[in-house]
Ligand binder design. Structure first.
Ligand code: SF4
Length: 291
């Protein structure tokens, strides 16, 4: 297959065929993210994308899932997405679902009818980064969209029948804003009521502004104990019936999985048990994190 640069996909797309329809992220300015810093954003020519699909059909006997990469594939114009999804339907009749990352801006730029059409053509689910339910935090991290826009975009996708997997990043507000970040994120997630909620833990990446701020003492990252305390506040205040909540990213200290609101008590109990572990205060953990 033809790929350009590093590829990223959600953990749940580990066995999906990854099709690059864009190179990089059209925003590429979030202060914590270095995923696509190496790439100059562009939409790939439609013919190249369709050729990749033909090559993939020759290479793979069975393709159950396809993930459209890179950072925000839904920025591609609807006529091209229609051609891509139509070709997937023709070439991969066994494909059970097509998914992609999407930004709130992508969703707001599409009409309800366009989103409904993309869903009818096989776009089953999108991965949307809320990151935080706090407008201040989104401004601080230069997310480029507001909480209100993110909620509006999410509800628009839902109304079109597209499933939602929404991520929040624990620790994004640092020590000073952790409680507000958790409370407002719980509120925004509850409003969206997505099928899936993913809680990630902030990882300071090389080459990002956030890492530079931390090194200069301008950003106070959470301690391992505070990460769990912040997740506890979020889950305790989350009211999102039916959402499957996962905290199973490699960045997380404690692996959680449950269905809201049914499993809220069990997940809080798991965090409470973890919080009793004195190893959380072992400075070696922080040392390892800073490598
Ligand atoms: S977090 Fe998402 S929107 Fe922000 S720069 Fe990274 S890929 Fe782009």
């Amino acid at each position: 297959m033809r790929y350009e640069g590093s590829l990223y996909r959600p953990p749940s797309e580990a066995y999906s065929y990854i099709l690059q329809v864009t190179i990089g992220c059209s925003h590429n300015r979030c202060t914590f993210c270095n995923m696509y810093l190496e790439k100059q954003f562009r939409v790939r020519p439609l013919d190249d994308v369709l050729e990749d699909l033909v090559m993939a059909r020759r290479a793979y006997r069975r393709v159950n899932r396809i993930f459209l990469a890179d950072g925000d594939a839904l920025i591609v114009k609807t006529s091209d997405l229609r051609a891509i999804l139509g070709t997937i339907k023709n070439l991969f009749p066994e494909c059970e679902r097509v998914t992609s990352y999407a930004s709130a801006r992508d969703l707001l730029l599409k009409t309800p009818e366009e989103l409904e059409e993309l869903h009818a053509l096989g776009l089953d689910m999108i991965y949307l980064g809320l990151e935080s339910g706090s407008e201040k935090v989104l401004r601080d991290i230069n997310k480029g969209v507001t909480v209100e826009e993110t909620v509006e975009g999410a509800l628009k996708a839902k109304a079109a029948g597209i499933k939602l997997s929404v991520t929040e990043i624990t620790g994004l507000a640092g020590q000073d804003g952790m409680e507000e970040h958790a409370l407002l994120s719980a509120k925004a997630l509850s409003r969206m009521n997505p099928e899936y909620i993913g809680l990630m833990t902030l990882t300071l990446r090389r080459g990002t502004k956030m890492t530079a701020d931390w090194e200069a003492g301008r950003f106070k990252r959470l301690t391992p104990r505070q990460y769990l305390e912040e997740q506890r506040i979020l889950i305790a205040n989350l009211d999102s019936e039916g959402s499957v909540l996962r905290s199973n990213h490699i960045s997380n200290y404690v692996q959680l999985r449950g269905t809201m609101n049914r499993d809220k008590g069990r997940m809080l109990a798991t965090l409470d048990t973890a919080l009793k572990d004195p190893e959380l205060d072992n400075p070696y953990i922080e040392y390892l994190e800073n490598l």
